[in-house]
Structures are given as C-alpha cells and as structure tokens.
Design a protein around this ligand. Structure first.
Ligand SMILES: [Zn+2]
Length: 222
C-alpha cells in the first residue's frame, strides 16, 4: 500500500471519521527514526527519515497516528482511540531505546541525571543521551523519545545544580511516562504536573529558574 493511503487509513482508524485532508509522505535527511508532521490548509505532509521506508505498515500506521495526536491535540472534535498500531509503534520505539548503546553523555548533565534518578526515580531509569544544545531562552530543555536524548539549553552550562536538576527532572518524567497514561494528552497531563510538583521546594525552584533565565537573557552576547 502506498504511504498516503496508509496515512488516510490511520486517520480513520484513530478518529473514526474520514479525513478532510490530503496526505503527502516524503522521506529525507532526518536523523534516526525522526518524523515530522506539517499541516497547511487542507494538506498534511509527513516528513520522515529514510529509516522508516522499510518498517512494516502496521508500525508506520502507529507513527502516523502518534503524529496526528500531536497535531490535533487541542481539537475539540477529534478524539483519538487506543489502537493496536499505536501500541505496536510504542513498543517498536521502546526497543530502539534499549538497543541504542552508543551514548552521548555530557559529564555535568550526567551528574545531574544521577542525582535526579536517585532521589526521584529510585534509580529505575536507564541513562538517556545527555547533551547541551544551543543557547535557547524559551525552550530550556527537551526530551526526544525517538533517540532517547535529553537536550538542555547551553545557558545552563554554569547554572546551579538545583536548576539543572529541575530541568532534568521534568525531562525524565517525559522519558518515564511516554508509554503510559492516556494517549490524547500524553505530554503534560495533570498526572505529569502533579508529579512535577514533587520536586523539592518546587515553587521556589521554578521562581529561581525564571530569574536565572531572565538574567542570562539580559546579559547575552549580541
Ligand atoms: Zn515538557
């Protein structure tokens, strides 16, 4: 089956309605098993890494569905169902994580990971890739579950441990929760926010984080 047909089928399976969109699938230079979804007018385009080319249709369907969920997460009309393809896709990605052995580990972030894993996760988490990204003032950190990587903005290279740990804790919650809970709101669910508040002295730590970012922003090199 052609990918465009498969995308259409995924939409119907997930939402139980026929899509009002035209689908396009394009393979290109994305890393690992990354994929993106882009909507313009009534067109939806999937950009996928070449690695997806030979993945079985059932799993690819799950990928399309997970991208639809992300794209339409605020929709009042489209309510996703739990599907077999999504489950297959999730375990596929999970196994990729386990098999990616070569790690990029920044030593300072590794220390932070060890502290946070110990205090908040009972050392239950496998160490993800840990790297500093560009100097970002808005998106301070992120977790990419396709390649199991925590990226932290470079403005935190010399930040106090507490702030690094706060960011690390948030991203590790993403790592931990990615396969559980409801699918529709799987990024920052209420459960996620409740867990986040379990960080030591959470409200003040958040405040100190904001102050730090503002100060770094003011003093940035232009
Ligand atoms: Zn987040």
């Amino acid at each position: 089956m052609v990918d465009e047909e498969l995308a259409k089928e995924s939409f119907e399976e997930l939402y139980g309605v026929k899509p009002r969109y035209r689908f396009y699938v394009e393979y290109g230079r994305l890393k690992e098993y990354n994929a993106q979804i882009i909507k313009y007018y009534s067109n939806i385009k999937f950009k996928m890494s070449r690695r997806w080319m030979n993945v079985s249709p059932m799993i690819k369907k799950g990928l399309f569905e997970s991208l639809f969920i992300r794209l339409f997460r605020r929709s009042k009309y489209l309510k996703p169902k739990k599907t077999m393809s999504l489950e297959l896709y999730n375990s596929f990605i999970k196994n990729l994580d386990l098999s990616s052995k070569v790690k990029k580990l920044d030593p300072k972030l590794l220390e932070s990971f060890r502290r946070v894993n110990d205090v908040y996760f009972n050392n239950s988490l496998d160490c993800p890739n840990l790297r500093f990204g560009r100097e970002a003032y808005y998106k301070l950190a992120s977790y990419n579950f396709h390649n199991d990587t925590v990226t932290v903005s470079s403005i935190f290279k010399n930040a106090p441990e507490e702030l690094l740990d706060l960011l690390m804790y948030h991203e590790l919650l993403h790592k931990k929760l990615k396969f559980s809970g409801t699918i529709s709101k799987r990024f920052h669910t209420k459960k996620f926010r409740d867990l986040e508040r379990q960080f030591k002295d959470y409200n003040n730590a958040e405040k100190r984080l904001n102050i730090y970012v503002r100060r770094m922003f003011k003093n940035r090199k232009l």
